[in-house]
Write a protein that binds this ligand. Structure first.
Ligand SMILES: [Zn+2]
Ligand SMILES: [Zn+2]
Length: 447
């Protein structure tokens, strides 16, 4: 064996040790921070704030990130409603030349009264926008996301010699109302702050075991579009239907007619959902009303599918009214919401593959699960600007593994996201979340 071969042999022998040591340092750093992270999580969990009102949460996030050395800007975000404040937090750390990577965590909670019975359960009550008193709960686990972001922020400062480029950490407001990401962009997120080459996020998962992460290449979450339909008829006495155009009967026909969009018009290979979630009309047994109001949500992955479904809803609704002889000036009004709408979440396959490989190396292949897409929605996709910036969101397992096992054995369902009973298992969830997000950034910004 010549000298060079010998040297190569030594380097090769040492390499796995180096990799293991690098891994160990992330593990050791997570361990030395985990007690604090669990405390932070419990504090956030007990003090949830509704969308558009994340004042204290965002101030806390800003203070923590500033103390770690990030350049922090608060109150980023402009909503269409001028009375709402944008509570976005943007924290930037420049670390030499290299890629710009954005890590997003959403901060808002839901109008849900917590029923977990945990010692750190939320007892917060507030008035919603309609003036009704509601309980407030982090029922979607955004407190896990915020804590993970703070833990990752700290680790990446401690590991600053292992990455290069510009890191942008984003505390996003108003995800649940799906207008937060657009509010940030409207307020110049990518003009006032470094525009990312890549953007990543995680979301906790109410079915996956704590300790695991889930990967979904391609479409992961659907677009969501809310629609109001006003079916107008000609009211009159319930005993004399021949003198009316009954909007109740029309509404019933419309609802059944809409069922054919997905079953008969749409390719079975292109998932779509049309759900009528609300129907209101009439006041008394014997009065045929003038109108009936429907509220619908439409879900799809592909934009062309979404557009076709919306056009079909309009066509079927107006067609049924026309067939019933409703005069043109009483034709149905189909209104597609311009604010209650969000794009599909598309996980860039190459970026997702890079993350999956880093996770498999750092968490073990058994802890990285390929998951199916869902028809739920998120507004993270907007940060990819129509896929011009590769984005990826991964799932973070949050459930006690014993409960997942029991649920599989007995067939009982676990509390879902948005449930008053949703209770992530803090320590292993945060440990894996911080580790995974740190490994992800180290992979994307490695030297
Ligand atoms: Zn949610
Ligand atoms: Zn959520």
């Amino acid at each position: 064996m010549n000298f060079r071969a010998k040297l190569l042999g030594l380097i090769c022998a040492a390499l796995p040790v180096l990799v293991v040591n690098a891994q160990q340092s992330v593990d050791a750093l997570v361990e030395s921070n985990i007690a604090n992270l669990v405390d932070t999580y419990k504090t956030l969990h007990a003090a949830p704030e509704l969308s558009h009102r994340e004042e204290k949460t965002s101030a806390f996030v800003a203070k923590e990130l500033r103390s770690l050395g990030y350049t922090v800007t608060e109150r980023v975000g402009k909503f269409e409603q001028p009375e709402w404040n944008g509570y976005g937090v943007v924290a930037v750390m420049k670390n030499g030349a290299g890629p710009t990577v954005l890590v997003r965590a959403d901060m808002d909670a839901l109008p849900v009264e917590e029923k977990t019975g945990l010692s750190y359960a939320s007892k917060v009550r507030t008035k919603n926008d309609a003036g009704q008193e509601v309980g407030v709960m982090h029922a979607c686990g955004h407190d896990i996301h915020v804590t993970t972001l703070l833990g990752t922020a700290k680790l990446l400062v401690e590991l600053k010699d292992r990455w290069h480029g510009t890191l942008v950490l984003l505390g996003q407001p108003a995800e649940e109302t799906i207008d937060g990401a657009r509010a940030l962009l409207r307020d110049g997120l990518y003009a006032r702050f470094p525009k990312p080459d890549l953007a990543i996020a995680l979301h906790d998962n109410a079915e996956l075991e704590a300790g695991k992460v889930g990967i979904v290449p391609g479409f992961a979450l659907a677009s969501s579009t809310n629609i109001d339909i006003k079916i107008r008829g000609i009211g009159g006495h319930g005993s004399k239907p021949d003198a009316t155009k009954d909007p109740i009967v029309l509404a019933a026909q419309v609802i059944l007619g809409l069922q054919t969009i997905v079953s008969r018009e749409n390719s079975p290979l292109d998932p779509a959902v049309v759900t009528v979630g609300s129907i209101h009309g009439g006041t008394r047994y014997n009065i045929i009303p003038d109108e009936v109001n429907l509220q619908l949500t439409v879900r799809a992955y592909k934009e062309e599918v979404r557009k076709r479904v919306l056009a079909s809803i309009e066509r079927i609704t107006t067609g049924i009214a026309m067939a019933a002889g409703v005069p043109n000036d009483r034709a149905p009004i189909v209104k597609v919401s311009e604010t209650e709408v969000t794009a599909a979440t598309y996980n860039d396959p190459a970026l997702t593959e890079r993350l999956a490989a880093a996770f498999e190396k750092g968490l073990g292949a058994d802890n990285v699960v390929k998951m199916a897409p869902i028809m739920g929605s998120e507004d993270f996709g907007y940060l990819g600007l129509d896929r011009t910036i590769p984005t990826a969101m991964f799932w973070l397992g949050a459930v006690d593994p014993a409960k997942v096992k029991q649920s599989k054995e007995t067939g009982t369902t676990l509390p879902s996201l948005h449930s008053a009973l949703f209770a992530p298992l803090p320590e292993p969830t945060l440990r894996t979340g911080v580790k995974a997000m740190t490994l992800a950034v180290l992979e994307l910004m490695k030297k």
